[in-house]
Design a binder for this molecule. Structure first.
Ligand SMILES: Cc1ncc(COP(=O)(O)O)c(C=O)c1O
Length: 333
């Protein structure tokens, strides 16, 4: 269904937006389209394009829209919240209630902070891990995506367990130099990296199910190995559950596999389709008001997004099947 002539809308988009899109994945060249789909509206499982086609939507905004487009409960929550004011730059009850729901759902999370995007949540979790451990290095897996913060846009160097090199123009060498990249599901590579760099290692960050390079489940014992490597080295284990959170079960991949991270990163689904994300974990690793470890966004956690996330989260909680109680591998420290 390649579009033959360049549409007027795409031509205008190219004039004012680099590549005509606000995210490379929207260009859709990888799936053989000559120009992006411009969506006019969505309803339930379908979207309508600006050129009048009605398409079954397999994307669902990359995951958050579990209830479909323009879901009536979500629309009512948005309207209700917007009528009371959209953003105060001050605390609201909705944040407290949403945080309570998240803490209740995720086995390892005792305290949580709401932010605006998965990128911001992952970046903040890393900063927190570095502040908590007083170390700089982080270990990530090749193919794992944690947003576009500089330190996380690193590629593997020439050998296994080498320090990272920038994976994008614009990322300074220094920002990637403390990032170690190892292959996903490779226990030996992770162990080698910890042997080599463990003393300076602040965190291992991993998508517990690698969902940005296909959907690759962890080999049996892999997440447990990462847990143990963190325990012996004193690094924090960070699960990026932006994709798996509430998708593979109410308690995310950590509940499914029974391996508890120190910090968890959540995104997309938390806001029920509006931009909201979160990071949280063990109470002693929490960011404190006045703590010099900065995580500031004046308008994040606005009443609208928290108020919309809340009913969505509660509905998901009601509907989601609870995991059968598997034995858990807890942090030893
Ligand atoms: C696993 C994972 N972490 C983090 C992010 C970044 O989230 P955001 O796009 O909200 O910044 C993504 C985005 O796709 C993701 O898939």
């Amino acid at each position: 269904m390649a579009v033959k002539a360049r549409s007027e809308l795409y031509r205008r988009a190219l004039e004012v937006i680099p590549g005509g899109v606000d995210s490379p994945v929207r260009a859709m060249r990888a799936v053989g389209l000559d120009e992006p789909l411009f969506i006019r509206s969505g309803e339930g499982a379908y979207v309508e394009t600006e050129d009048g086609r009605r398409l079954l939507d397999w994307v669902m905004s990359w995951g958050p829209l579990l209830f479909g487009h323009a879901d009536s409960e979500t629309v009512a929550a948005v309207r209700d919240a917007a009528l009371r004011g959209t953003s105060f730059g001050a605390a609201t009850e909705a944040e407290v209630e949403l945080a309570t729901e998240i803490v209740d759902a995720l086995p390892s999370v005792e305290k949580v902070r709401l932010v605006s995007s998965g990128t911001e949540a992952a970046m903040s979790a890393l900063r927190l891990a570095r502040a908590f451990t007083k170390r700089d290095r982080i270990l990530k897996t090749a193919g794992g995506y944690h947003g576009h913060a500089d330190a996380l846009l690193a590629g593997a160097g020439s050998g296994l367990a080498t320090l990272g090199i920038p994976a994008s123009p614009g990322v300074p060498n220094g920002a990637a130099a403390d990032t170690i990249v190892v292959p996903y599901n490779d226990r030996d590579a992770a162990a080698d990296a910890v042997m080599q760099h463990g003393e300076g290692l602040a965190a291992i960050i991993v998508e517990p199910i690698a969902a940005n390079m296909g959907v690759v489940p962890p080999d049996p014992g892999y997440l447990e190995t990462l847990r143990r490597l963190c325990d012996v080295s004193g690094a924090l284990l960070i699960f990026d559950e932006v994709i798996t959170g509430f998708r593979v079960g109410r308690g995310g991949a950590q509940e499914l596999y029974g391996v508890l991270p120190d910090l968890t990163v959540l995104g997309k689904i938390v806001g029920g389709g509006l931009p909201l994300a979160a990071f949280g974990g063990r109470a002693e690793a929490r960011p404190r008001p006045g703590c010099p470890c900065w995580r500031v966004c004046a308008t994040a956690q606005s009443t609208t997004v928290s108020s919309v996330g809340l009913p969505r989260w509660r509905t998901l909680s009601r509907r989601s099947a609870t995991c059968s109680g598997s034995a858990r591998c807890s942090p030893s420290s």
